[in-house]
Design a protein around this ligand. Structure first.
Ligand code: 3PG
Length: 307
């Protein structure tokens, strides 16, 4: 009997786990759950005899992949797969997949929600500002960026996007103005919502030079990855510009300095929670389970990311 492991340090909602179990057991496989584990060695041990694994931001590094002696497929229930060692997976003939788009609305709602929270002075009773009429720059116009644009339109924001991998026509079709350089995006927009992946090109790519181009009353919203921020540059802009604000779905490494010096100008979720809704858990978790069954039964490799 084939075994499917769900290894989630941050567990899915119960309704999603129930749905995953149904799909896995209907295929005649056994489901193994490893939730809220505290040591990476627990993951390494749990993967030993399984054929497939579903993860979230859990770290599937070389040690994990090599411990999975029967492992054939690893599915990241979500968008970003920077937590999977793709080279190790390819080397060991393990197919790696993500489930693009499945949790995007949840992430977009959090991005806009954090913007409202900061614009309204963290709901502390003092006078705030509105999003209506403000400029919003979407840095990378993928699944989440599109949802952010759609919601922001309802707020009456003026929306721009920069994405060298998406055609201007498809951006324009959504009523969003495409820009041809990242510098132009940051120069024009009071709000920037980041949706770039974390990779060798993007890590620490958002720093002082880019951020200092933003107009007065700037707010940077990061529901992507903390690694894309050059934190020294971010701290420098905070020191120079009292108007600058930062909202991030996961605390930066320099959170103590923010807490000490910049109260009221930042908000950080304590744990990455953009995709932490039961709807997103169901969408991404069930998609991951279906992709595993499709692959093991029929060799379907749609959404493979280590081709
Ligand atoms: C993603 O890449 O899909 C999001 O960052 C969500 O990550 P999570 O599943 O760990 O919440």
């Amino acid at each position: 009997m084939k075994k499917v492991l769900v290894a989630t340090d941050k567990p899915f909602a119960k309704v999603a786990v129930d749905g995953i179990r149904q799909i896995v057991e209907k295929a005649g496989y056994e489901l193994i759950l490893l939730e809220k584990y505290t040591e990476q060695s627990d993951f390494v041990k749990a993967i030993e005899n399984v054929d497939a694994v579903i993860i979230r931001s859990d770290i599937a590094d070389r040690a994990v992949i090599e411990a999975g002696k029967n492992l054939k497929i690893i599915v990241r229930a979500g968008a970003g797969y920077d937590n999977i060692d793709l080279a190790a997976a390819t080397e060991h003939k393990v197919v790696a997949m993500n489930t693009p788009g499945q949790n995007s609305n949840a992430v977009a709602e959090l991005a806009i929600g954090m913007m409202v929270y900061m614009a309204r002075s963290c709901f502390n009773g003092s006078s705030g500002t509105e999003l209506k009429g403000k400029t919003l720059g979407i840095h990378a116009y993928g699944n989440v960026g599109k949802y952010v644009a759609a919601i922001a339109k309802g707020f009456g924001m003026e929306i721009f996007a920069y994405d060298p991998f998406v055609s201007s026509e498809s951006i324009e079709k959504d009523g969003v103005k495409p820009l041809t350089s990242v510098e132009e995006l940051y120069s024009k927009c009071q709000y920037i919502s980041l949706h770039i992946p974390a990779n060798a090109q993007t890590k620490k790519s958002i720093g002082f030079d880019l951020l200092s181009k933003m107009p007065k009353g700037a707010t940077l919203v990061n529901t992507a990855r903390k690694e894309v921020i050059d934190e020294d540059g971010l701290l420098k802009i905070f020191a120079e510009r009292p108007d600058f604000k930062y909202l991030s779905d996961i605390e930066p490494d320099c959170k103590a300095e923010f807490a000490e010096k910049y109260a009221g100008r930042f908000f950080f979720t304590p744990k990455k929670m953009g995709a932490q809704t039961s709807e997103a858990n169901v969408n991404a978790g069930l998609a991951a389970a279906r992709q595993i069954v499709d692959f093991l039964e029929n060799g379907v490799t749609t959404f493979q990311v280590n081709k």
